[in-house]
Design a protein around this ligand. Structure first.
Ligand code: GTP
Length: 293
């Protein structure tokens, strides 16, 4: 099952950087060496076994953009499932960015009216921390209004922290078929083994694709933090030619188990009932695998 994903935004806004970090194991520092994308770069990413993300990274230099809207219009904008528009938050030409965004929306409405739209207000690390929230709400409000009658979902992102994982988890979540069934199965599994929380990660990217929560938790950013931390850890393992397979963290309050689950996923189970023996939870994870394959 192939899903076409368009990555749009002006040159230098950070499209290739985020694609390389999420799907090609780059670390943030390495993206400084990326050159400008010439025309469109296509990549196919296998995701969860039979889902193939067909990423169209569209170089953002003006000459290319004009070309997408004129001679390549149908080719670029037809059969799109998701369009991601990346805005450089520091751009001095915000009006021009908006103009290009709107032109993209018009082309999407004509050629792929069902497409889902995501706007990433990117490079947030360059904005002083105390101004981020206000700037983000102002920009996202403006984008939502401008996008009408289409709906866009906005995220504040940076390659230098976990916000990138949050945005991309939502993007891939929007593309996964049968996601409700997956969630229901995960909820049942969590119930049976008495877990506080169960998270399902896609194996290669470590993006959270589903979760079930049985107990409230005060940190709403914990999913993307875990994705980021484990992905960095996996990359460090591969540098010393070790393959990351599983992890068990135990303290007095809870136990957290991360383990390979199905062929394309990892699972994380958090158990706070310290009477449950860790070996039992690990056995339960192993036994549940076949139900999720
Ligand atoms: P084109 O290919 O010309 O369309 O550009 P692009 O949108 O693909 O930009 P690219 O990913 O090549 O990034 C341009 C520069 O922005 C690189 O030097 C990145 O390191 C930098 N960059 C990307 N994301 C971030 C971010 O979140 N914060 C900061 N500070 N810099 C970033």
């Amino acid at each position: 099952m192939k899903k076409k994903v368009l990555l749009m935004g002006k040159s230098g806004s950070g499209k290739t950087s985020m694609r390389s970090i999420i799907f090609a194991n780059f670390i943030a520092r390495d993206t400084r060496r990326l050159g400008a994308t010439i025309d469109v770069e296509h990549s196919h990413v296998r995701f969860l076994g039979n889902l193939v993300l067909n990423l169209w990274d569209c170089g953002g230099q003006e000459a290319f953009m004009e070309n997408y809207f004129a001679s390549q219009r149908e080719n670029i904008f037809r059969s799109v499932e998701v369009m991601i528009y990346v805005f450089d938050v520091e751009s001095r030409e915000f009006e021009k960015d908006l103009h290009y965004y709107q032109t993209c929306l018009e082309a999407i409405m004509q050629n792929s009216p069902q497409a889902q739209i995501f706007c990433l207000i990117h490079k947030m690390d360059l904005v002083p921390e105390e101004q981020r929230e206000q700037l983000y709400s102002q920009r996202s409000e403006e984008l939502r209004t401008l996008s009408k009658p289409l709906q866009c979902r906005c995220y504040a992102t940076s390659i230098w922290d976990e916000t990138l994982y949050k945005a991309w988890s939502s993007i891939v979540y929007a593309l996964i078929p049968n996601v409700r069934l997956l969630e229901e199965n995960l909820r049942q599994f969590g119930d049976i083994i008495d877990a506080d929380e169960v998270l399902l990660f896609e194996r290669a990217t470590f993006l959270v694709i589903s979760h079930c929560q049985q107990k409230q938790h005060r940190d709403p950013h914990r999913f993307e933090k875990i994705s980021n931390i484990i992905k960095q850890f996996k990359l460090s393992c591969s540098k010393v030619a070790a393959a990351f397979q599983s992890m068990h963290v135990q303290n007095r309050a809870f136990g957290a188990f991360i383990d390979q689950f199905t062929a394309n996923t990892y699972v994380m189970v958090v158990v706070s009932d310290t009477h449950v023996c860790p070996a039992l939870t690990m056995l339960n994870i192993r036994n549940a695998r076949k139900h999720f394959e």
